[in-house]
Design a protein around this ligand. Sequence first.
Ligand code: ACO
Length: 367
Amino acid sequence: MAAEVNSGLEGVVAAETTISLVDGQAGRLLYRGYEIGDLAAHGSYDRVVGLLLDGEWPARDEVLPAASLTPSVLSALRGLPTSVAPLDAMRTGISAYGAERRLDWPPNAEQARELIALGPAVVGAFARVRDGKQPVDSAEGAHLGVAGRLLHAISGEEPDEAQARALDAYFTVCAEHGLNASTFTTRVITSTQSDLASAVCGAVGALKGRLHGGAPSEVRDQLTQIGDVDHAEQWIRGALARGERLMGFGHRVYKTMDPRAAALRQVAERLAADADWLQLAIDVEDVALRLLAEHKPDRPLKTNVEYYASIVLDGVGLLTDLYTPAFAVARTAGWTAHSLEQAEHGRLIRPDSRYVGPEQRPLPTPA
Ligand code: ACO
């Protein structure tokens, strides 16, 4: 009998990993045994990078070496129309870097650190180039962590400490998340013995979609349209009746509140950038959860990471089209950690498909 088709691959176990535990039933996320709330409150992203890549909590709180943009990466970014999405520019910049660097197989932690450090430099440079400004010299932000460096590379100024801390916690929370679509993409690419830069480029492409990393700017649009909690019920009922999805809710794995959403709500509360905006988000969340439970009684649809991510990213002053690039910079840690693990233990990933097209038939004879 033919195998059953499982087009979303739910329940399919395609790898053993020691990198993170995503416990969808209990709403728990651990990086190598450490709980995400603890890491967000007491760790730092650069240290989390060490944990993910090397397996143990680094003894010292060091920042990653900064990456300088080579002339070919800069000319690739400058060659793009200023209207392109910054996430596409990030993919282009990493692609140019990978083409020039020709990273060897198998991938290693040093290559991974290079690519993680490249992210803020590329995104910041494009954000400035499209505004007609000169990119910032990466060495000027080298004392900062990766998250602070992103703010510095965009503004050219020393970031506000509270904002840099909030973005660092956001980066920590988004660094890794099991075999999600973009991470699976890196594992597929790495399984062919392609290089690490190609794996990251593929992952950026997978992250771009609104069902994955493209949601936080839509959460912002949603809250802007609702505007006032008194309109929330009517607005949400209308959206659900039209068959639309509420952005920032639902998850393939979590059947309860996404623990990252809880951690980011605390980050947003500590940052307190715009108290009214945060209060609107909290009030709208309550209404949304009630109406989603009514709408799909058999399917738990709870708050996901993107909901409060949107509030934090807004609070640190990022433009909405830089939300997903910020996510991509943070997630480069998880992508590359999985690539290293795949290269060490995995085999070529090559599932089957069931053919449901026409039976063999003759080509039509020419008229
Ligand atoms: N709002 C309204 N209905 C929803 C939502 C939502 N946010 N999420 C799922 N549903 C409904 C679907 O319409 C579907 O209904 P149906 O069975 O009548 O067709 C049912 O719940 C099951 O949905 P699936 O698409 O099968 O669930 P899946 O596990 O594939 O989707 C996903 C998970 C993509 C996150 C989904 O919940 C969604 O689209 N959410 C909104 C977008 C979003 O917030 N994305 C960010 C995700 S977090 C991240 O990737 C980092």
